[in-house]
Design a protein around this ligand. Sequence first.
Ligand SMILES: [Zn+2]
Length: 77
Amino acid sequence: MSEVKKYEPIVFKITDQDDLKQINDFKEQHKKSCREKHPDTLGALFTYKAIPTSLGTLYVVECACGEEITLNGDFNF
Ligand SMILES: [Zn+2]
């Protein structure tokens, strides 16, 4: 019998209140103006990117219009 290799789950979570407020403001701002411009995205207006670095994880939220915000997350400069 061969052993089934188990992979560690990849989980990311944004918990910082300032980051969450920034995301909320960004989404509110773009929901209205960008929804009509990008009706073909099936509601997938926003993309979340998690960028692991040696100093922590950077998070980027991108709208379908191309604009994006970068969050500090647990990133330590
Ligand atoms: Zn937008």
